[in-house]
Write a protein of this length. Structure first.
Length: 113
């Protein structure tokens, strides 16, 4: 099959979009954190317990990165006591069907680790 100039440009745009998406989602824990928030807001400790193996510093870094990307919000309730919760933004929620499809694909086609 031969690519036309317009189909070639479309492939380049698609490849660039995938590169951007996987630069963020391909980092260890990011997609898992987003998936953990699909059922509703959670605090730092809740997320830490939900994602065994992630260190507090990595969890903190990744939460900041996901917030900067506009996929989650960070809400501080001044309390007392002061509490912080994280929740998916509409952009983060829009990503959930794709993450669920990737999860189903992995269950069917990748061997258990």
């Amino acid at each position: 099959m031969r690519l036309t100039p317009s189909s070639s440009a479309e492939c380049v745009r698609s490849d660039a979009a995938l590169t951007r998406a996987f630069a963020l989602l391909g980092k260890r824990w990011n997609a898992v954190m987003l998936g953990s928030l699909r059922t509703g807001p959670a605090g730092f400790r809740e997320l830490s317990r939900a994602i065994p193996g992630v260190s507090d510093s990595v969890l903190s870094d990744r939460l900041c990165e996901l917030a900067a990307a506009g996929l989650i919000t960070r809400t501080v309730d001044e309390g007392p006591p002061v509490t912080v919760s994280y929740a998916l933004t509409p952009n983060g929620q829009a990503l959930m069907p794709a993450l669920e499809q990737i999860s189903h694909w992995a269950q069917e086609h990748l061997p258990p680790s």
